[in-house]
Design a protein around this ligand. Structure first.
Ligand SMILES: NC(=O)c1ccc[n+]([C@@H]2O[C@H](COP(=O)([O-])OP(=O)(O)OC[C@H]3O[C@@H](n4cnc5c(N)ncnc54)[C@H](OP(=O)(O)O)[C@@H]3O)[C@@H](O)[C@H]2O)c1
Length: 247
């Protein structure tokens, strides 16, 4: 276990190889010290709180971490709330292994996505939408906005996630997938045992408000999963934690 004081240096962050038939999957999230990942039910920061739960260092860290992955995935709830392409560092990181920008992948059952937003307009590659079974017109709307649509039928969520991971690996060449929430999509991936590591920042603030979401939200227990602390970085009063997930 590594404990380091200072800004987290990505070059010191070796990412493990992918599993046999799916990408290596890591989650990255930020929580307040009271474990909240959203600002209450409306998720609107109070006056003076700043734009995000984490600091500017955390925002820079998120970008740096992304540069080690070949796909960034988000749930539709997060994309509707933050409709932009996940930013990358302005200067290439020494640990960034990618010749092309990461593939942005959005998971949706309904296909209800903000197609005229920056998420779709500013993505350097067509956004890949992983969906269930969409009405024909909905699929057309997405494709007209430049998205690539993978439909996996009306089946169970679990089957869809596993099929999508396998297709990302085999067809799209995705070897490392960074899942950036939200909490409900995190829950599904974790419950399926499809997450290898968890990166999360504990921001030096309290939110307090009821109705906020935590890192993971869903109907089932995840108590069988065991977390092994791999590293802790500290920058001022903010902590950058990395856990390996077993089970
Ligand atoms: N603090 C942080 O680090 C952080 C990070 C990310 C997000 N957030 C916050 O989290 C909130 C959103 O999180 P959330 O948990 O409500 O939503 P979410 O997990 O981002 O998205 C949930 C949606 O994903 C789609 N989905 C889920 N499972 C799926 C499956 N198996 N197959 C296909 N699509 C699937 C569905 O989309 P449809 O409804 O379109 O069918 C579902 O409604 C936002 O307020 C955001 O600010 C915080």
């Amino acid at each position: 276990m590594t404990t380091i004081t200072g800004i987290p240096p990505l070059p010191d962050l070796p990412l493990p190889p992918p599993a046999a038939r799916r990408p290596y999957v890591a989650i990255n999230m930020v929580t307040s010290a009271d474990g909240k990942t959203t600002w209450g039910p409306e998720n609107i920061p109070p006056p003076g709180a700043g734009p995000t739960i984490g600091s500017a260092v955390d925002r820079a860290w998120m970008k740096t971490l992304r540069s080690g992955f070949d796909a960034i995935a988000r749930g539709a709830g997060t994309v509707r709330r933050h409709p932009y392409y996940p930013g990358l560092p302005s200067t290439p990181s020494p640990a960034g292994t990618l010749a092309t920008p990461p593939q942005f992948v959005v998971f949706t059952r309904t296909g209800e996505l903000p197609l005229d937003s920056r998420a779709f307009r500013e993505s350097p590659r067509p956004v890949l939408v992983v969906a269930g079974s969409l009405p024909y017109q909905q699929r057309q709307r997405l494709e007209k906005a430049g998205a690539i649509v993978w439909e996996f039928g009306q089946g169970a969520d679990d089957d869809r996630l596993l099929a999508a991971l396998s297709r990302l690996y085999q067809e799209a060449g995705v070897r490392r997938l960074l899942l950036e929430g939200g909490p409900h999509l995190n829950h599904q991936f974790l419950r399926l045992g499809a997450v290898d590591e968890l990166f999360f920042t504990v921001a030096a603030r309290l939110i307090g408000r009821s109705g906020s979401l935590s890192l993971v939200e869903g109907p089932d227990w995840l108590a069988h999963l065991r977390l092994e602390l791999v590293s802790v970085y500290q920058h001022q009063s903010e902590l950058f934690l990395r856990y390996k997930i077993h089970g």
